[in-house]
Design a binder for this molecule. Sequence first.
Ligand SMILES: Nc1ncnc2c1ncn2[C@@H]1O[C@H](COP(=O)(O)OP(=O)(O)OP(=O)(O)O)[C@@H](O)[C@H]1O
Ligand SMILES: [Mg+2]
Length: 501
Amino acid sequence: MPFLELIEIAKRYPGVVALDRVTLSVVPGEVIGLIGENGAGKSTLMKVLGGVIEPSAGAIRVDGVERKPFTVGDAMKAGIAFVHQELNVFDNLDAAANVFIGREPLAGGFLKLIDRKKLHAAVRPLLDRLGVDFAPDTPVAEMSLAQRQLLEIAKALSLNARLVIMDEPTSSLTLSETDRLMRVIDGLKKEGVSVVFISHRLNEVETCADRVVVLRDGRMVGELDRAAITHDAMIRFMIGRELKALYIPPAHERANGTTLEIEGVRTSAYPDEAVSLKVRGGEILGLAGLVGSGRTELARAVFGVDPLRGGGLKLNGEPIEIRAPREAIGRGVYLVPEDRKRAGLLLDSSIARNVSLPDLRAYARGLLVRNQAEFDNADRQRKRLNIKAPSVKAEVGTLSGGNQQKVVLAKWLSMRPKVIIFDEPTRGVDVGAKHEIYEIMRALANSGVAILMISSDMEEVIGVSDRIAVMHEGRISGFLDRGDFSEHNVMRLAVGVRPNS
Ligand SMILES: Nc1ncnc2c1ncn2[C@@H]1O[C@H](COP(=O)(O)OP(=O)(O)OP(=O)(O)O)[C@@H](O)[C@H]1O
Ligand SMILES: [Mg+2]
């Protein structure tokens, strides 16, 4: 017997049909994999289930009884916990306070102060269950994206839910954190708790799902039971065709272009370690390593966001100084950042404005921004990256997660880069769009651009790179040439073991 039923749910936005009569029921203790391309309607469907948005049509039944309206409070009462795709943590609180926000145990007494001791004691077992490495009193502002994601999951676990919705829970987790989450999901299932698991990492879906539901353009286009869940079947339903090769082979002859040398650079994350590496024009150098190994900090230092604590940079052999992103951009050195919300995008501006932002001067005549040029360029990028939106005037905040990531890319690709650092370029992006992004990266390399690609997706690092550099605890633990590429070799270096020992 299903305890939750969504019947013929529709959701329309101006110019967009986000959901078109979707019917889905949830049985206790089952894990449903929910997949589909960027903008297919996955998050929207889950927001309806979480009471966050009201459907334009359709019914919701809990234990056989129709509930209308269905608010966030109703969803909580029905035992639905939600790990959102866009993280909802409160920056000014610590980890424990975030887990229990609004439900803090109160100490006795007139002032009803929040009992911090009790709070921390209650949060500890949840953090242990996820195997996290931070203390309950860690301020959220100091936490990495991965830690924030784990914190959201801890919060969902604390609710003793009947259904836990996980919208892209692993997009910034490491392999071992993901493994542990898979075990947590298994444990929930054994306790009779249901899980809806949304991910673009199809192997995770394959690992944990009892059945897979596929959305395309707001419609349910397929359902696979356990025995039928394979990569090929999932991709076929998602994009409506086969995808032969996801990765683009390197060109035979390497283009000449700009070479970036990073020489003895120290960052504030690891001031005692010096990093040296060279990215040649025409190549894609993959930068692998565990989350926290210092890759993002290195990228930020090179781009001038954070000051260098030592060492220097050279462009084509010439020493250069970059003290601010503006200077980096002036030299053709770009960073496509990891955290689009914090560093990448203005969510309440249009796609067009976001795309033209780093280079507004190119569109400005006097003080007026030439809207037409801005729109034309943004529209070219929208088509190239297949960004799903009614027009480039749409606010970026209304786009689906993966489409927001494409806007970040569009913004940098519309300029003339010499060196680009991509930090997790395909996080949250569907397979079809991944393929497009790899094509663009390879085309840039073939035109002489030097590309440094930070990625925690092992398959991607191996599939896309010409060479791989691996970082471990703030230093380079080794380089691999294509002939030596293997998950095993990358992993050994990432955990700090020398290749041939
Ligand atoms: N508030 C809104 N206003 C207008 N359109 C919206 C709004 N929220 C969602 N949409 C649109 O609804 C469609 C479905 O979006 P949704 O976020 O559900 O996609 P998704 O399947 O979760 O994609 P992704 O894999 O990229 O996260 C998209 O076209 C999106 O732009
Ligand atoms: Mg989504």
